[in-house]
Design a protein around this ligand. Structure first.
Ligand SMILES: C[S@@+](CC[C@H](N)C(=O)[O-])C[C@H]1O[C@@H](n2cnc3c(N)ncnc32)[C@H](O)[C@@H]1O
Length: 278
């Protein structure tokens, strides 16, 4: 592609050129637009200055395998979510949980009386994405003070703060006074012994967001226990787990109490389970 001598660079050429690394993501960051916008505006152009910045971002991507923190936000389920060091960066695979729950509740998703509890909210991405697509109300807990401040900022930016109650609470000492229609979580689920955690994850994601005792299952065991008590009849528990945990989680679920439906992630690996209380 002969782009170097030009002063304008067509988006469609940049997107098609296979020498570029993850051009959609880079253009999304550069132009502060989500990927759907980029797809719709491929006939548009970058200026020379924008193109130079594009190349710098591309290089950073190659060097760091991730551009997160070069800019202070990312898009999660089409919502702009601000990031900060010390708060878990939401992962695109987790968007599947949002799709699954909205599909499951499609006949009732605009009803405001649906009450959701999110366990471990991080940036607030899950509750915010759900709130933007429904009229539901949310209690969301986390132990990370920085996360609470950031999630509040994200909810205000996305204009859903009046329906999400972010609380600084520990799952393991949670005293709930009400029952919920939905409990959702992307909990810490990595075993302390796991050797497959990438360097970037170790260096950038907070420790307490990743690891759980009992072979990575401690948080999940507690979430199941809370859900048995605090979900309404026919209530839904939806949570993410590690790609190799499906078998052990199957054994933990009492089929006399729950209907079970497992789901896969974008890499075709088992990644979440949806349980409906019988
Ligand atoms: C994997 S991150 C998920 C964050 C966010 N929901 C997402 O999907 O991007 C797990 C979150 O659980 C929180 N967490 C860890 N232990 C917790 C506990 N005992 N009680 C409540 N939250 C906890 C962490 O601080 C972290 O924000």
């Amino acid at each position: 592609m002969q782009v170097k001598k030009k002063t304008q660079y067509k988006l469609s050429f940049l997107l098609e050129d296979k020498t570029y690394y993850a051009p959609f993501k880079t253009l999304s960051l550069l132009l502060d637009k989500d990927i759907n916008w980029i797809l719709k505006h491929q006939e548009g152009f970058l200026t020379l200055e924008e193109y130079k910045r594009f190349v710098i971002l591309q290089q950073a991507l190659k060097d760091q395998e991730d551009y997160t923190f070069l800019v202070d936000y990312k898009y999660f389920y089409d919502q702009k979510i601000f990031l900060e060091q010390g708060v878990f960066v939401p992962q695109t695979d987790t968007e599947i949980l949002i799709d699954k729950l909205l599909e499951e509740k499609k006949n009732s998703k605009t009803k405001s009386e649906i009450e959701v509890l999110e366990i471990g909210f991080g940036t607030g991405a899950i509750s915010i994405a759900l709130a933007k697509n429904t009229q539901w109300t949310f209690d969301a807990i986390d132990i990370n003070l920085k996360a609470k401040q950031l999630a509040q900022k994200n909810a205000e930016y996305n204009k859903v703060s009046e329906r999400i109650n972010f609380l600084l609470k520990d799952l393991f000492s949670l005293a709930l006074t009400k029952r919920y229609d939905v409990i959702i979580s992307n909990p810490p689920y990595i075993n302390f012994e796991d050797k497959n955690v990438t360097k970037w994850v170790k260096e950038n994601q907070p420790f307490e967001a990743l690891y759980s005792k009992n072979d990575g299952l401690n948080h999940i065991i507690k979430i199941l226990e809370i859900s048995e008590k605090n979900l309404k009849p026919k209530g839904i528990l939806l949570f993410e787990f590690g790609f190799d945990q499906k078998e052990v989680i199957t054994k933990m679920i009492d089929v006399t109490k729950w209907e079970i439906s497992f789901g896969k992630d974008l890499n075709n690996l088992w990644r979440y389970v949806l349980l409906r209380k019988k």
